[in-house]
Design a protein around this ligand. Structure first.
Ligand code: NAD
Length: 278
């Protein structure tokens, strides 16, 4: 099998990130090693995990077993809400690195802003120190709205490299992505397929594009993300679908198809609200 050619994007700190990776939210800790091993065998080099997913050890075992040189991998993990704060963020990255069996992660994110506890700016300053220490190559945020992004930009000397937000054709968060684009923050889409909760893959516009290109509906949605410069890491437990989700670099949607899919915006949020998740 030839390894799919996943493009790299350049972050605002000069490091590069593979535009397509593999996410492990809701991957059972007992199954994680096997499933991430499948993903690595199928050509994925970018893995997105988080402390709260409780599967960092499985990710780490799959990495160790793969024999893939560390510099060819891009590993993201995230600071959980209860660990926000200076001391606790430093302790949390050490715990994550130990579980992953790594000396550094490529990207460390604040998982949610949790404005009610008002610690995300303090946590961001801790992430700056973590980057300076070499324990994270790049730092970013997740689920941040424009006000939260503006506050960390104004209150620190580092612009987040990425903002990882819920994003799919039915829920596009244009205000947040436009702000990111204007400020050099790349957008990562979580739930790129609508988490299977929103019936995106049955939308006639998407199924028509799929039959035209001889691809699946999921592949069409992933292509829509990629053609707009968004970073994606779809999750699946099935080896067949893991292979399908990276096989998206041999076709291109037309501008008209991209626009028709963009017109599916419905305000269809499937996950938690950044002002409410604690
Ligand atoms: P997703 O949109 O990737 O959907 C996953 C579901 O889609 C799977 O369970 C499966 O049912 C279905 N699916 C996958 N491939 C398919 C295919 N080829 N055909 C048909 N159905 C398919 O949602 P996700 O897993 O929530 O998001 C991706 C990743 O984003 C996560 O694994 C995680 O790494 C990250 N994430 C981050 C946050 C955050 O708060 N930062 C929240 C959720 C997810």
């Amino acid at each position: 099998m030839t390894t799919p050619q996943v493009p790299n994007l350049t972050l605002n700190d000069g490091h590069t990130i593979p535009q397509l990776g593999f996410g492990v939210f809701l991957v059972d800790p007992q199954e994680t090693e096997r499933i991430v091993t499948d993903a690595l065998e199928l050509g994925y080099r970018h893995i997105d995990t988080a402390a709260i997913y409780r599967n960092e050890e499985g990710v780490g075992r799959a990495i160790a077993k793969s024999g893939i040189p560390r510099e060819e991998l891009f590993i993201t993990t995230k600071l959980w809400n209860g660990d926000q704060g200076t001391e606790s963020a430093h302790a949390a990255i050490d715990t994550s690195l130990e579980k992953l069996g790594l000396d550094y992660v490529d990207l460390y994110l604040i998982h949610w802003p949790v404005p009610a506890q008002d610690k995300y700016l303090e946590s961001w300053l801790a992430l700056e120190q973590i980057k300076a220490s070499g324990k994270a190559r790049s730092i970013g945020v997740s689920n941040f709205l424009v006000d939260h992004l503006q506050r960390v930009i104004d209150g620190s000397s580092t612009v987040p490299a990425v903002n990882q937000i819920e994003l799919h054709p039915a829920y596009q968060q244009r205000e947040v992505t436009d702000f990111g684009q204007a400020n050099g923050i790349l957008t990562e889409a979580w739930g790129p397929l609508g988490q299977g909760k929103y019936p995106l893959l049955e939308e006639p516009i998407i199924t028509a594009a799929a039959s035209k290109h001889g691809k699946s509906a999921a592949q069409v949605v992933l292509r829509w993300h990629l053609q707009q410069g968004t970073i994606v890491f779809p999750k699946s437990n099935s080896r067949e679908r893991i292979a399908e989700n990276i096989d998206v670099f041999d076709f291109e949607l037309s501008d008209a198809e991209v626009q028709a899919i963009t017109a599916l915006e419905r305000g269809g949020r499937v996950g938690g609200h950044p002002l409410e998740v604690k």
